[in-house]
Structure formats: structure tokens, C-alpha cells
Design a protein around this ligand. Structure first.
Ligand code: FMN
Length: 221
């Protein structure tokens, strides 16, 4: 697959079928992920693939509780605004994300594969998220959808580490949990604020020097 197609179309694909992801596909995803950079090439990371239904079944309730808490805390104001102004574009977008995230919570046990990423001594996450995103791009190339999630780490870190048997004394921190599976929907270009609205040149606030009204992939014909 063209790298630009993967970059433009790797979305949060939470709605997936229960079909297993074959081991050789998993191997290609993780082997690509560990090519990513880390500070000083320390590779101070561990990856835990989870496909055992009995373990997924223990984490599912924690995940659902985390998502419930997320809506009631971090997202409470934004959701209230979306309810007050349901037709505003931001509200429509937020409700789409909420519906998709809630789907994953409600169907946590039906997702065939999760990847938990752990890191030591990396407060910024700069040495783990490149590898995680590489795993998601590699999965995209295999036709496997994925979504990074962080709520378990916010709301139930200790219980999750215990269920997964992570040795606490070694200082391993859970960076995220990524869901994987074959998507039920179709791939599309990720909608984002255009680059010229979020970029500057030489000094904060100075225009970047170009405007990109529409995504630059696929190439215009
Ligand atoms: C650091 C980080 C944490 C995230 N945590 C969650 C999460 O806990 N649950 C979830 O469903 N999605 C989570 N997401 C996924 C985002 O909601 C998603 O990437 C964003 O809405 C863009 O989706 P799109 O690529 O489909 O447009 C997270 C993404 C990032 C980068």
C-alpha cells in the first residue's frame, strides 16, 4: 500500500467483526511497530497482545466503567453543549465520536485482539507512541482496523496491570490499549482542521505560507 494512503486513511476503526486476526498478520504488525524510534534507541517498551476471551472478559467491565466516567468528567461540558446545540457542526462531530467510542465499550468482548503498550521512564510518551502509531499504520496496510484508547490507564490502571500480570515493582506504565479487528465500515480520509489553521512559519501566529483547502491525497486528477 502507498504510504500516503495509509497516512490519510488510518482512522479510529472501532466497529470491527469478531473474526480473529491471524498470527502471521499480528507478527507483521508488531515487527513493523518495533522499527519505530525511541529516545537513545532505548526500546524501553513491552507489547502485550490480548486475545484470550476470559481475560478480555475481565477487562471489559473496567473499560465500560472508564468510558462512563469519561463522559461524566472530561467530556461533560462538551457533551452538554452538544445537547444544547445538536445541529452545530462540532456537536455532530462529537456525537459521532461518542457513538463510536461507546460502541467499543459496549462490544469490548467481541473485539478479537487488543495490544497493550507499556513503557518505563518515558513521562512524555515520546518513546512509545511512534511505535503504537506504526502498529496502527501496519494494521491499516493489512486491512485491519484499530483504535488507540487511553481510558483504562486513566481510570483503572492498577486493576488492568494486575489482570495482565504486569510486575508493578519494575515501573512499567501502561501507555495505551489498542483495539484491532476487521472493520465493518469503510476506510476514508480522516477529517481534520486544515493544515494552515494549525501551522505557523518562523514565529507563532505568522501564516505558514500555503493553504490546503482539501486533502492532498488522493492526487487531484
Ligand atoms: C492519546 C489518545 C487517546 C485516545 N483515547 C481513546 C479512548 O480512550 N477511547 C476511544 O474510544 N478512543 C480514544 N482515542 C481515539 C480518538 O478518539 C480518535 O483518534 C479521534 O477521535 C480521531 O478519530 P478519527 O481518526 O476516526 O477521525 C484516543 C486517541 C488518542 C490519540
Amino acid at each position: 500500500m502507498d504510504i500516503r494512503e495509509a497516512l490519510y486513511t488510518t482512522r479510529a476503526m472501532r466497529r470491527v467483526r469478531p473474526d480473529p486476526v491471524p498470527l502471521d498478520t499480528q507478527a507483521r504488525i508488531l515487527d513493523a511497530a518495533i522499527r519505530a524510534p525511541s529516545g537513545g534507541n532505548s526500546q524501553n517498551w513491552r507489547f502485550l497482545l490480548l486475545d484470550d476471551p476470559s481475560v478480555i472478559g475481565r477487562i471489559g467491565p473496567l473499560y465500560r466503567d472508564s468510558i462512563d466516567q469519561l463522559w461524566r468528567t472530561v467530556y461533560a461540558d462538551r457533551l452538554a453543549r452538544a445537547e444544547a446545540e445538536p445541529d452545530a457542526p462540532d456537536s455532530v462531530e462529537l456525537r459521532k465520536v461518542q457513538a463510536s467510542a461507546q460502541w467499543l465499550a459496549d462490544h469490548f468482548e467481541e473485539v478479537p485482539l487488543y495490544l497493550f503498550a507499556f513503557v518505563q521512564s518515558d513521562p512524555t510518551g515520546g518513546s512509545i507512541f511512534p511505535a503504537v502509531w506504526s502498529a496502527q499504520l501496519a494494521a491499516r496496510a493489512e486491512g485491519v482496523g484499530s483504535s488507540i484508547t487511553s481510558v483504562l490507564g486513566f481510570f483503572h490502571p492498577v486493576e488492568t496491570l494486575d489482570i495482565l500480570g504486569v510486575p508493578r515493582e519494575d515501573g512499567w506504565r501502561m501507555a495505551c490499549c489498542v483495539s484491532f479487528g476487521y472493520p465493518t465500515g469503510r476506510w476514508g480520509v480522516a477529517r481534520r482542521r486544515p493544515v494552515h489553521e494549525v501551522s505557523f512559519r518562523n514565529a507563532w501566529g505568522t501564516p505558514v505560507g500555503f493553504e490546503v483547502a482539501e486533502p492532498l491525497w488522493p492526487d487531484p486528477v
